[in-house]
Structure formats: structure tokens, C-alpha cells
Design a binder for this molecule. Structure first.
Ligand SMILES: [Zn+2]
Length: 135
């Protein structure tokens, strides 16, 4: 029985340069971090640990996250949602948000439900109120 020759001691590294490239490209394309780690085939905690110990990788990851944020924002159409959730203040978003807000403020309920409470009986007083009366 023969075993393949080992290159060195210890467990082989899973977060190699190629794996890092796959992960960083996925993040830069706007993929959520959990899915990016699945694409790269590493544990979800691995990139975070490497970013903590490797400043160069931390800088690359920050740049990839910023690019991913921009990529995700590019897919969101201009409107009230983008105004509220992403802080877009372009004319289209501002107008849509103002219109929606105005419509909500001026909408009145055509059939309000009025709840009539039964009149309290003279002797039915909760015990907490009796204690308040006694003091
Ligand atoms: Zn906008």
C-alpha cells in the first residue's frame, strides 16, 4: 500500500491564493459573504480570520466589499425604496418618496372602526385601584 508523498508538515492550506481570488471576485460582484465563501469552498469564518491576521488581505476585502456594495446598489431601481433604504437623493427618488409620503398622509380611513366599551359598574373596581384609593 502506498500513500501519496506529503509536501510538508501539518494540514494543507485551504485559503490559497486562487481561493482568495475566487472569494474576492465574488464579493466584488455583489455576492453576499456567506455565498462567496461557499463559492470559494471555505468556511464562513476563514476570510474573517485571515482579514484579522493579514492586513493586505483585509485591505483587499474592504475594497471588494465596497465594490460589491456599489454593484448591488446599481441593481436597485430609483424610487421610494432606494430613497429610504440607500439614501439616494436624486430627483427621481426624491419625487417618488415625496409623492408616496404625501399620499399616505392624506389617506383617511373611509370606515373607521369605533370600539364602544361597556360602562363600568359602580362596584367593579380592580384591586389595584382599591389599593390606590386606600393609600
Ligand atoms: Zn435615485
Amino acid at each position: 500500500m502506498t500513500t501519496p508523498p506529503r509536501r510538508g508538515r501539518g494540514r494543507p492550506a485551504t485559503f490559497t491564493t486562487a481561493t482568495r481570488r475566487v472569494f474576492l471576485d465574488a464579493v466584488a460582484a455583489g455576492t453576499p459573504l456567506g455565498q462567496a465563501t461557499q463559492l470559494a469552498g471555505v468556511s464562513p469564518t476563514t476570510p474573517r480570520r485571515h482579514a484579522r491576521t493579514d492586513p493586505a488581505f483585509a485591505a483587499d476585502l474592504a475594497a471588494a466589499k465596497a465594490a460589491g456594495r456599489e454593484a448591488r446598489l446599481a441593481n436597485v431601481p430609483h424610487g421610494e425604496s432606494r430613497y429610504n433604504n440607500y439614501g439616494c437623493r436624486c430627483t427621481t427618488c426624491r419625487t417618488a418618496a415625496t409623492t408616496a409620503r404625501t399620499n399616505r398622509r392624506h389617506t383617511t380611513n373611509p370606515d373607521p372602526q369605533v370600539v364602544t366599551l361597556p360602562a363600568p359598574a359602580a362596584s367593579s373596581c380592580p384591586s389595584s385601584l382599591l389599593l390606590a384609593k386606600a393609600s
